[in-house]
Design a binder for this molecule. Structure first.
Ligand SMILES: CC(C)(COP(=O)(O)OP(=O)(O)OC[C@H]1O[C@@H](n2cnc3c(N)ncnc32)[C@H](O)[C@@H]1OP(=O)(O)O)[C@@H](O)C(=O)NCCC(=O)NCCS
Length: 159
């Protein structure tokens, strides 16, 4: 019974991985700067006006419902064109569900953005931010290549 469950989990994992890689392939075709190790869940919204302005590092996971922007509508430049700007998210980050990353923000490596946060300013590497506007709630965190915390465990909490 346990073996059967394990097998079906492995099959699901293989399909999910193929789907994820295909999603990244499509995003790259549209001009987004994303990596094959980046995980972008199904209902993430990436700016459609300026795809080349979205940069997401290796192993970073973007949770469902997150929105990442690289243009502003109300700020106009030149011949009444919307303001385009580059938005960066580093490697090994976890951007939790329903967060919003505003245009032009630079998020470092190994950063956790808490669920539902609105990131309005640059975030240094190795920190947890949360809230609207997002504020640093924890520093010196360590993330691995699965965008998971290395210095938190169920037994010890944060260490
Ligand atoms: C950010 C997160 C990882 C928790 O980090 P943490 O360092 O353990 O945070 P704590 O629970 O100790 O909370 C610290 C403070 O931040 C606040 N906080 C934590 N997460 C928050 C969030 N998402 N939005 C606003 N405030 C938040 C807490 O209320 C607390 O405030 P207080 O000090 O005034 O009481 C977690 O809250 C989170 O958002 N996880 C994402 C879950 C998710 O998206 N799951 C889907 C997986 S795809």
């Amino acid at each position: 019974m346990k073996n059967k469950k394990n097998k079906s989990f492995r099959v699901k994992l293989i399909f999910a991985t193929i789907l994820r890689k295909f999603r990244i392939f499509k995003l790259k075709l549209f001009g987004y700067d994303v990596q094959y190790s980046t995980i972008i869940e199904g209902s993430v919204i990436l700016d459609k006006l300026y795809p080349e302005g979205i940069h997401i590092g290796a192993n970073t996971l973007i949770g469902n419902g997150a929105v990442i922007l690289s243009h502003d509508h109300c700020k106009r430049v030149g011949n009444n064109q919307p303001y385009l700007t580059d938005t960066y998210i580093g490697k090994n980050c976890f951007i939790a569900i329903n967060s919003i990353i505003l245009p032009g923000v630079k998020i470092g490596d190994s950063v956790v953005v808490g669920a539902g946060s609105v990131v309005t300013k640059d975030i240094p590497s190795n920190s947890v931010v949360a809230g609207n506007p997002a504020r640093i709630i924890r520093k010196d965190i360590v993330m691995n290549d699965f965008a998971a915390l290395e210095n938190w465990s169920l037994e010890k909490g944060w260490f």
